[in-house]
Write a protein that binds this ligand. Structure first.
Ligand code: DOR
Length: 442
C-alpha cells in the first residue's frame, strides 16, 4: 500500500485555511484534517508554511493536437496545466481534424496516454451532420460531452441557426457546453469592417449584442427543450443580468475566464495588442466588475481558462487576420489567489470556482474536493512566493502570457496527480501518467 503523509500545511476548506494534515493511500485521500495519525515510517511531504488545496479542474482548454501542434500539443499543454496546479483538463474539439466522431475521440485518448501529465477528457464538436448521433457518442469513455460553437471562432465548427441547435439539444442528456456569439451578426459586422482596423476594435466588432443575442436564443431553447447547458466564457454585464433574471436554476451553469476578470479594455489592447485578442473579447471595466460580482455571488458557476495558444508569428498578422486566443491554463490558480489577496474573492470561493464547481457542472467523478475517497490531486502553494511571474516558468508552447511581470499572490510549489508528485519547484518529476476522467451524475 503506497502512503504519503502531507504534514504541517494549512488546508483550504469551506471555512477558510485551517491547520491540518492529509494522508494519501493508493492515490486517494485516506484522511483529511487534524493530525491524521500516519503509521511509523510512512513517506512524508513537508507542507510547513504552505496552503494545501485540491488540484484545479480546467474545463476549457485548446491543446491543438492533432493538426496544430506547432501551437501546442497534449504533452506541452498538460505540462503547463500541472505547472499551474491544474490536475484535470477538458479539451475542446476544434483541432484538425475536428473531434466530431468516435474515431477522432479515440485518437485523442490514444495520443494522451503516456503523454498527458494530468487527467483529461475530450469534447465532441456538434455539427449539422452529427447532431442525431451525439446522444449516443457523448456516453463514450473519455468524452467530456458536446461542445457547440454558435458563432465562428478558431476552426470551422459551427451551429449557426436555432433549428440545428435544437436538434443538438434534443440529442442526449449530458450538459452541453456552448460558445455563445450570434453568427449572423458576426458576419454582418466583419463584412462592414473597413481596411486598417485595429485590435482595439475587437470588442466592438464582436460586440455586446453579439453575445446577448446568442445567449437569449440559447436560453429560449433551453426552456423549450429542458436540456442542460453550460455557457462558456461569459463576457458581458448584460449576460450576467440575463442569467439572474431568467433564473433557470441548474439547467444553466456558466463559466468565466481569468482574462475577462483580470484584463480590461482599452488598456489591455494598448499594452498587449493582438496577444489579448480572444473570442468573445475582453471588454471594459464595467463588464469586468460585473463578471467579478457574478462569480462571487454564484451566478457564474466556475472558471475555465479557455487556454488558446497561437504562435507569436501568427499573432503578428494584421488584425483581423490575427488569430483569437490567449494561453492561460498555467495562470488560473495564481490569479485566483491574487483575487483573494486583493480582497474581491474569498478563499473558500476559490475552491468552488476552481475545483468543486467544474466537477459539479460536468459530473466528474472523484475530483475537485479535498475529502476522503476523492482522488489525491493536490497542490501546495507557497504564499510567500509572490514575485513577478517570469516568462521562463511558462510551459505552454506559446511562450507568452499577458500576466508576465505581474506580482501574483503565490505559486504552486508541489503538484500531485493521484498521489504522485508530477511537478515540483518549476520542474517535472517522473513521467506523464494522466488518465481519462470518469463521469457520474451531474
Ligand atoms: O479566442 C478564442 N480562441 N476563442 C475560441 O472560442 C476559440 C479559441 C481557439 O481555439 O483559438
Amino acid at each position: 500500500m503506497a502512503e504519503l503523509w502531507v504534514r504541517g500545511g494549512r488546508l483550504v476548506t469551506e471555512r477558510g485555511a485551517v491547520a491540518g494534515d492529509v494522508l494519501i493511500r493508493d492515490g486517494v485521500f485516506a484522511a483529511v484534517g487534524g493530525a491524521v495519525g500516519a503509521a511509523p515510517g510512512v513517506e512524508v511531504l513537508d507542507a510547513t508554511g504552505m496552503l494545501v488545496l485540491p488540484g484545479l479542474i480546467d474545463p476549457q482548454v485548446h491543446f491543438r493536437e492533432p493538426g496544430l501542434t506547432h501551437k501546442e500539443d497534449l504533452q506541452s499543454g498538460s505540462l503547463a496545466a500541472v505547472a499551474g496546479g491544474v490536475t484535470s483538463f477538458m479539451e475542446m474539439p476544434n483541432t484538425k481534424p475536428a473531434t466530431i466522431d468516435p474515431a477522432a475521440l479515440t485518437d485523442k485518448l490514444a495520443r494522451a496516454a503516456g503523454r498527458a501529465w494530468c487527467d483529461h477528457a475530450f469534447f465532441l464538436g456538434a455539427t449539422a451532420d452529427n447532431a442525431e448521433q451525439l446522444g449516443e457518442w457523448e456516453q463514450l469513455p473519455g468524452c467530456a460531452g458536446v461542445k457547440v460553437f454558435m458563432g465562428s471562432s478558431t476552426g470551422d465548427l459551427l451551429v449557426p441557426d436555432d433549428a440545428t441547435l435544437e436538434r443538438v439539444l434534443r440529442s442526449g442528456t449530458r450538459r452541453v457546453a456552448v460558445h455563445s456569439e450570434d453568427e449572423p451578426r458576426l458576419r454582418e459586422r466583419y463584412a462592414a469592417l473597413a481596411a486598417g482596423a485595429s485590435v482595439a476594435q475587437h470588442p466592438e466588432i464582436r460586440d455586446v449584442t453579439c453575445a446577448v443575442r446568442a445567449t437569449t436564443r440559447l436560453l429560449d431553447l433551453v426552456e423549450r427543450t429542458g436540456r442542460r447547458v453550460h455557457l462558456l466564457h461569459v463576457s458581458t454585464a448584460e449576460e450576467v443580468a440575463l442569467l439572474r433574471e431568467r433564473a433557470l436554476g441548474s439547467l444553466v451553469t456558466a463559466e468565466v475566464t481569468p482574462n475577462h476578470l483580470f484584463l480590461s479594455a482599452p488598456e489591455c489592447y494598448r499594452e498587449h495588442g493582438t496577444r489579448v485578442q480572444m473570442n468573445p473579447p475582453v471588454r471594459d471595466a464595467r463588464h469586468r466588475d460585473a463578471l467579478r460580482q457574478g462569480l462571487v455571488d454564484g451566478v457564474l458557476t466556475c472558471i475555465g481558462s479557455d487556454h488558446a495558444p497561437h504562435t507569436l508569428t501568427e499573432k503578428g498578422r494584421p488584425y483581423p487576420e490575427s488569430p483569437s486566443g490567449i494561453p492561460g491554463v498555467q495562470t488560473i490558480l495564481p490569479l485566483l489567489l491574487t483575487a483573494v489577496r486583493d480582497g474581491w474573492l474569498a478563499l473558500p470561493d476559490l475552491l468552488r470556482v476552481g475545483c468543486s464547481g467544474p466537477a459539479d457542472v460536468y459530473g466528474i467523478a472523484g475530483k475537485g474536493r479535498l475529502a476522503v475517497g476523492y482522488d489525491a490531486d493536490l497542490v501546495l502553494v507557497d504564499p510567500s512566493e509572490h514575485g513577478p511571474l517570469r516568462e521562463e516558468w511558462l510551459r505552454s508552447r506559446a511562450g507568452y502570457s499577458p500576466y508576465v511581470g505581474w506580482s501574483l499572490a503565490g505559486w504552486p510549489t508541489v503538484v500531485l496527480v493521484r498521489g504522485e508528485v508530477a511537478y515540483r519547484e518549476h520542474a517535472t518529476l517522473g513521467s506523464p501518467r494522466g488518465a481519462p476522467l470518469h463521469f457520474g451524475s451531474a
